[in-house]
Every structure is written in C-alpha cells, then in structure tokens.
Ligand binder design. Structure first.
Ligand SMILES: Nc1ncnc2c1ncn2[C@@H]1O[C@H](COP(=O)(O)OP(=O)(O)O)[C@@H](O)[C@H]1O
Ligand SMILES: [Mg+2]
Length: 248
C-alpha cells in the first residue's frame, strides 16, 4: 500500500449533498503532489478529510500503514500528518520564536522543542534572523514561511498546504515555493492545493486535477503542464494569477 492512500472517499457537510464523490488517490513517500481544479471542486474538503477535520461518509484513508479514517485530528497529527489550512493565522503580536514554540505546544519535552526550532532555522534562516521580531512585522511571504516552520516543529512525515500563495504578490509566491522546494529536499512528502496551477505544478513531481469531487487527471506534473486540456482550463487565463479565487 502507498504511503497515503485515499480510497473511494465520499464526503460532504452536515446533511448536505456529497462534495467528494468517490475520490481515490495514492501518494508515494518523499514526493510532492500539486492538486489543482476549479473553485468549489472539493480540494479543501479533501485535505479536511485526510487531516481528520471531516469524517467521510464512505471510503477510507490509510497513512503510513494504518487506517486513519475518521480519527480525531490530534491523533492524525501525532502520526506525522500535518495540515496547514488556507486561513492559517499566526499570533501577530508574539515573536517569531514564540510562534514557533506554539507549534510545539503538544510536545512535553521543551528541550526537544528547542532542538526542533533550531532545525527549522537551518531550513529557513530568515526565521532565525527575525526570531525576536513580532510576526506582524514580517512580510507576507515571511509570514507564510513562519506558518510552514511552525508546522515543521512537529517533524511531520507528510505536510499538506492549502493555497499557500493565496493573496500574495507573484514574487512572494515564488519565495514560498522555494521554501516548499526545501521541504522536498528534506525528504518530506508534500501535498499542495494551489490555484496558481503553473507555479504549483512546477514545484511538484505529480499533479492531480480535481473536478466535480473526483480525481479527473493524475499524471506527472510535467505531463499535466503540457496537457492541452489543462492548459486551456487552468493555465491559460483564469487560474494563472492570484485574484480570481478569493472565496474559499
Ligand atoms: N463548512 C462547509 N459547510 C458547507 N459547505 C461547505 C463547507 N466548506 C465547503 N463547502 C462547500 O463544498 C464545496 C467544495 O468546497 P471546497 O472544498 O472548499 O472547494 P475548493 O477548495 O476546491 O475551492 C463548495 O460547494 C463549498 O461551498
Ligand atoms: Mg479551497
């Protein structure tokens, strides 16, 4: 079985209609996957199901050899699967270092937390430079890097990012994707949902096009970038830059 395996997942909210309509996806360890698709396709819903925030109506999620379907989020987190949601918010008045410590608040051994924070500084030296500054003093891209770093304190095996470039200027988005490339080099498995399809696919090994609650195309990121259907739908105009996807 693959590292993360999603089988025939059906999910929705409350008593509403199915949003995910039998989606399956196999994720290989150490690879980066970029999930693209139109607004409302169910991309965020899929990440919520994997991270335990939403229990699926049908189907299963296996991670690292275990069935994690419907487990509470904190137990999934402890197994090394971390989710950085779309509306990730920092503590603006707390320093960079204090924000990183918050990332490790579930860990009992505070010495261990400090060691892990130093590992994060090695991956993202900018955070060491700004350690004593309040989070609100950082640029948008640096704040996203801090949000990533805070999650890395938990030493995840797999990290999921929901639209990490949302609302950021193109130049800063590229910086975020450089940070994501660093995670990939560190051997992490990464799942990114990204509305800037081109930027996201360029950073990924594999691409997934999600549409109408199903996996529509799964292929190497390079093939998806070259796919004329995808180019027309997602790379041409609508999803090329920030600004169109402001609702979810
Ligand atoms: N908390 C919620 N309660 C009810 N419906 C929701 C909720 N979150 C999302 N939805 C609905 O689920 C569908 C898919 O949303 P979402 O997964 O956020 O799409 P995407 O991330 O691909 O834009 C949308 O129709 C949205 O309105
Ligand atoms: Mg979304």
């Amino acid at each position: 079985m693959s590292f993360l395996s999603i089988s025939n997942v059906v999910a929705g909210y409350g008593s509403g209609q199915d949003i995910l309509k039998g989606i399956s996806l196999d994720v290989e360890a150490g690879r980066t996957y970029c999930i693209i698709g139109p607004n409302g396709a169910g991309k965020s819903t899929l990440l919520k199901v994997i991270s335990g925030l939403l229990t699926p109506r049908e189907g299963s999620v296996h991670f690292d050899g275990e069935d994690i379907t419907g487990l509470p989020t904190h137990r999934i987190l402890r197994r090394g699967l971390c989710f950085v949601p779309q509306d990730q918010s920092l503590f603006p008045d707390m320093s960079v270092l204090e924000n990183l410590r918050m990332g490790g608040f579930v860990l009992r051994d505070k010495g261990d937390v400090n060691r892990r924070i130093h590992e994060v500084y090695e991956t993202f030296p900018i955070l060491a430079e700004k350690a004593s500054q309040p989070a609100r003093a950082l640029s948008g891209g640096q704040q996203q890097t801090l949000a990533l770093g805070r999650t890395l304190v938990l030493r995840p095996k797999l990290i999921m990012l929901d639209e990490p470039s949302l609302g950021l200027a193109p130049k800063i988005s590229r910086q975020i994707f450089e940070s994501i490339a660093a995670l990939r080099e560190a051997g992490l498995t990464v799942l990114i949902v990204e509305q800037n399809a081109k930027l996201g696919l360029q950073a990924a090994d594999w691409g997934v096009v999600l549409d109408l609650g199903k996996e529509h195309i799964v292929d190497s990121a390079a093939n998806i970038l070259d796919d004329p259907r995808v180019a027309e739908l997602y790379l041409g105009g609508g999803l090329k830059s920030n600004g169109k996807d402001g609702t979810t």
